[in-house]
Ligand binder design. Structure first.
Ligand SMILES: [Zn+2]
Length: 111
């Protein structure tokens, strides 16, 4: 089996691995964990997506894994329980909103 391509990157002094990965749930192209990011090989050049995931790295570090995970899931479930669709509940998670803002700001700054 071919091993996953791994690149080491630094986000605000936090060293993490960027791992090219192809197995995701539908409509997902990247997932961020405390020490690594899984990203679809077709998306490794997507600066907006990378900046979005880098913001999640900062969030993991700021809140810690337990609080980050609990709050993320809580906000998602609260959205679902109040009648939002999966997509709407996901988009309304505060961490996701902040990651979109940070990604857009980074793209605007660098262009
Ligand atoms: Zn996100």
């Amino acid at each position: 089996m071919k091993s996953a391509k791994r690149t080491v990157v630094e986000v605000d002094g936090i060293t993490i691995s960027l791992i090219e990965w192809s197995v995701f749930p539908p409509d997902v192209v990247a997932m961020t964990f405390p020490t690594f990011i899984l990203i679809h090989p077709n998306c490794v050049e997507d600066i907006y997506l990378l900046e979005h995931e880098f913001e999640h790295v900062r969030q993991w570090r700021c809140y810690g894994p337990i609080l980050f995970t609990f709050r993320y899931l809580f906000e998602y479930l609260r959205g679902r329980l109040t009648g939002k669709s999966h997509q709407s509940a996901y988009l309304n998670i505060s961490f996701e909103k902040a990651a979109r803002v940070a990604a857009q700001a980074a793209v605007d700054r660098d262009s």
